[in-house]
Write a protein that binds this ligand. Structure first.
Ligand code: UDP
Ligand code: MG
Length: 309
């Protein structure tokens, strides 16, 4: 028997202005549902942890895990999943972009026998054109490159059973891409649709660099396509150079004249150089992930927490 019906997992990175509002909206909408809220402070440099601790002081169902530094959104969520005790577990952003009221609709579906109910965005309000277009391309690229069915336009906002939560939290891979891992697990999954709100206060913690790393993590964790592409590029360049070889020999010995221009050489040189570096980069990405996994470093380090093991 679980201690709570519901665990709310909320990763926090510089969200001092949002925490109280998130807490209020969750409390209001979850009246009558026994729940705990786990805040994971992912190395915030503002007063987020002070806010969280204040809430925890008065309410015993408020839990927190405070990291020793910024380990990233996915790791923060992962830590929350590991510590969750609810029968069902919800992942929600702390900036109120994911409306807490939707949890009811998700609860209904999960109780009908689905193991995972994810929230699919119908549209995203208040986000930059750049963010929307890059996200759009990313989700479609993922879909084209991977063999598992990662739902389109879906973030981490979702509910899952404790059973799925346990499986995800025991997956040891270091470069986490939770929405992919959860799809990979299988079982009965479904979705509800929602309008994504703009962030309440503060600014996004997902810099362009973090987004790019996240995208590369997702693709490399679930697709062998990029590395296969290297093979294809190698093969086609090999075939092309064979044609070039015959052409060069033909020009030299049969026609007796050779091309003098540097244009062709320059183009080929930069093209082949660039392609080689690109391919080396792809191989490097996979190797660095192998390295991450064999180092056996802990996923995160906790500075302080009120959750007992
Ligand atoms: N977040 C985190 N660590 C980070 C970046 C973000 O825990 O390094 C949290 C953040 O506080 C929020 C959620 O992850 O609760 C989503 O981040 P954000 O709203 O900044 O991303 P966006 O919605 O702009 O994609
Ligand atoms: Mg956000």
């Amino acid at each position: 028997m679980s201690k709570y019906e519901l665990t709310i997992v909320a990763p926090v990175f510089n969200e001092e202005a949002n925490i109280k509002f998130l807490y209020d909206r969750l409390t209001e909408t979850l009246k009558g549902v026994s729940h705990e809220i786990i805040f994971i402070n992912d190395g915030s440099s503002d007063q987020s942890i002070v806010q969280v601790k204040q809430l925890a002081k008065v309410s015993s169902h408020i839990k927190y895990i405070s990291f020793s530094r910024n380990f990233g959104h996915q790791i923060a969520v992962f830590a929350g999943l590991q510590k969750s005790q609810g029968e069902y577990v919800v992942i929600i952003d702390a900036d109120l972009q994911d409306p807490p009221e939707l949890i009811h609709e998700m609860l209904v579906k999960v109780k009908q026998g689905f193991e995972v109910v994810y929230a699919k965005r119908l549209n995203r309000k208040g986000e930059s054109f750049f963010k929307k277009i890059t996200a759009n391309i990313f989700y479609r690229m993922m879909r084209a490159m991977t063999s598992i069915n990662i739902p389109l336009d879906t973030g981490d906002f979702r509910i899952m059973t404790q059973r799925v939560c346990k499986i995800v939290s025991s997956m040891p891979e270091k470069n986490k891409f939770l929405r992919g891992q959860i799809s990979w697990i299988g079982f009965k999954q479904t979705f509800v649709e929602y309008e994504r709100d703009p962030r309440l206060y503060g600014e996004t913690g997902y810099t362009f660099k973090k987004m790019l790393n996240f995208a590369i993590d997702g693709i490399t964790a679930f697709s062998q396509f990029p590395i296969r592409l290297v093979t294809y590029i190698g093969l086609s360049m090999g075939a092309f150079s064979l044609v070039g070889l015959f052409y060069a020999l033909y020009s030299k010995f049969i026609i007796g004249e050779t091309v003098k221009g540097w244009t062709s050489i320059f183009i080929l040189f930069t093209l082949i150089g660039g392609t080689q570096l690109f391919c080396l980069g792809i191989i490097g990405e996979y190797i660095s992930r192998i390295m991450n996994n064999v180092l056996h470093r802990p996923d995160y380090l906790v500075d302080e927490t009120n959750i007992e093991d």
